[in-house]
Design a binder for this molecule. Sequence first.
Ligand code: HEM
Length: 488
Amino acid sequence: MLWTVFLLIGLLILVLIYSRRRQENEPPLDKGLIPWLGHALEFGKDAAKFLARMKDKHGDIFTVRVAGVYVTVLLDPNSLDAVLHDTISLDFTRIRNQLIKRIFSLQLPSVQTSSERKWMEQHFQGSSLFKLNSAMSVHLQKLLLTNHNSCNLSEWREDGLFSLCYSLLFRAGYLTLFETPDNAAATYKEFRKFDDLLTKLARCTLKREESKTASSAQEQLWKLLSPQWLSRQSESMSWQQSYLHFLQNEGVDAKMQKRALLLQLWTTQCNAGPAAFWLLGFLLTHPEAMKAVKSEMRGLSILQDTPLQHPHIHPLDTHSTPVFDSVLSETLRLTAAVMINREVVQEKTLRMANGQEYRLRRGDRVCLFPFLSPQMDPQIHQEPQIFKYDRFLNKDMTVKDEFHKHGKRVKYYTMPWGAGRNMCVGKEFAVTTIKRFVFLLLTHLDLEMCDPEAKLPSVNPSRYGFGMLHPDGDLQVRYRLKRMLHEM
Ligand code: HEM
């Protein structure tokens, strides 16, 4: 007994001697009360709330301990370039590789992130984009409109808006990029099970039953995504086929190729559905915004030539829509919550915009959380919690891109797509998809809330850091095909 007490006291002394202290020129250090874990629980439960509390306590830069790792959080929007453009002292490959191993059981040691990025740019941008946009439009129209042609046109259907948006956009995206069209619905079902547990997988906090569900969904998805043509040659290459060829050329074995397809399914399909949900949800709960968007859409003179007849020339491609664009930017400002993480691979002095310098230790991490600042920063955006559909609109109906903090113009005033080296490759494709989807819905469907007094659900706080936020619950809506397309 006495020995145990001595041992414990000895351990305590060792912890006190070797535990980390703030050194000269380092950011304020907040280790939390729990040894090793530090702030991990609070961080995982609601990162936005926790980091806002730390910002109030320490300011725009501070270091917190999270499960044994020291993370320096930088929240000054004018100092972000010091992190985003440093490719010498800061690295993201190891963090990324750890995450994809944990979530997707995937290891791609032979694939250079720069060559994968280059491949993605070739396939989501430039000349590929036109083909992708057209295919996506055709699939969306088929899914949304032909499903309804079979039933009585005047019949209302009820659904949760989140399920409706996520399932339609997922299936259309899947049909556009992947090669097994007959299993889109089954893939969506398994994908949602997997996606719902993804944050817990990333934090290693799955309970036993959840772990079984996640593994089973993963196995199912690996099977569902395996195309039948893997062994044969076909003439024209789909996106999926071309990606598999890329992996083969990079020396990735067949098992890891299958797993990489799930990673790509998630990367390409996890954000557009939730974004469309929030956009439509904000419109439905803000009648003045809905009126302004519908009025702008009515102004698109080709409404008579519906996209059904001309899938390749879309009215949104030929007309500017400043109100709609502002609504999208405002939606993303409020609901896109990526975290940009880097590992400090060699000691670094971080110079803030105000000239102050901080030393970052090798082995620590640096984290940017644009959701908190700039997106929800009250010094940049007045009443940041409130949805203002014209926030990104000047009086002369041009795009508002000038925002200030302490009298100084801010370069990054909203960052839904990330920034720097791993900024979203699919941005243009995603914007076109979301806009076309919302346009299609508002021009072809009567859509209303089941309860006209309903409010948008709050966000699920465990999703901060993982891209588009998800709602806690759903918003019940009813919809039917419009009798006449001009009825808007
Ligand atoms: C509202 C919709 C979307 C949002 C808000 C969004 C946001 C983002 C963000 C913030 C990142 C950077 C992640 C990081 O730094 O860890 C990212 C990466 C990426 N996104 Fe998107 N995304 C959206 C839709 C899409 C779509 C539709 C595609 C393609 C079909 C796509 C393809 C990618 C790819 C391939 C990357 C990885 C880039 C890299 O690692 O270099 N995204 N996205």
